[in-house]
Design a protein around this ligand. Sequence first.
Ligand SMILES: [Zn+2]
Length: 291
Amino acid sequence: MSLLNTEASLKRATEEKYCLCAFNVDSLEYMPAIVQAAEEEGAPIIMEANEVAIAGMGLKYFAMVARQRAESASVPVGIHLDHGSSIDSVKACLDAGFTSVMIDASKKPLEENIRITQAVVDLAKKYGAYTEGEIGHVPGIREKSEGPGSELVYTDPAEAEIYCRESGVQSLAVSIGTVHYMRKEPIQLDFPLLARIRKVVNVPLVLHGGAAVPDADMQKAVQYGIVKYNIAYKGYRAYLQGLSQGLKDIKEEVLPGKIFLYPSQVIKAGLESAKSEIRSKIRLLGANGKA
Ligand SMILES: [Zn+2]
């Protein structure tokens, strides 16, 4: 199967009202869970990594393994840079073979965000790659997301319209109440705002930071036009729970009196657990059978 054609895939998802899952990766060992889950569900899928994760894995290794996995998968697989912070970072990923990139200049003033995004769109097009941008701001784990001085900035529909039109960005990450971490209390999405954004913006919409969004609201977000849903925490949690169980289950005595250990047994337990979670998210968002 080929690499994901992100543009065509998100267009089809928009028309048929389902949503592609984009799973974050922060270790090479975790990657098979994503690809195998997508294969078992017959779903197109996106593997994405942010700059911290890429630095940890090594850009060269991540890209090489991701490309190999994608090219030998039975479903289309995209390789995406999540939250690219600069043109240099985007270029390094495009050179390494990513199929799409996000440029996140969402904390900069609108004009500057437009200018930077425009440059990334032009660059990515030379590689046949697809660009995602952000307007408003979905805060990270070290940012303040409540009360005075909150760095959670909801997307302004008028700004979103100007940003998309002037930058030529191909998809837009929106801020409608989500945060880049899990919370104990569920997140209430601002659906009226999402509807207003959808009305004035004609590119596919992306949701980040939706770990604490209840399942029913994730599905509702798809009905309101979200066609790429980024998922990190729940996949990672399932993986770690599987690893933890795998460690408990490991038998050091392989045969009576013969002692040995296989780390791959533990990793396999992690992958099986992650795969089951990933498959359930693919089905929840309706991408199963859409490969
Ligand atoms: Zn994000």
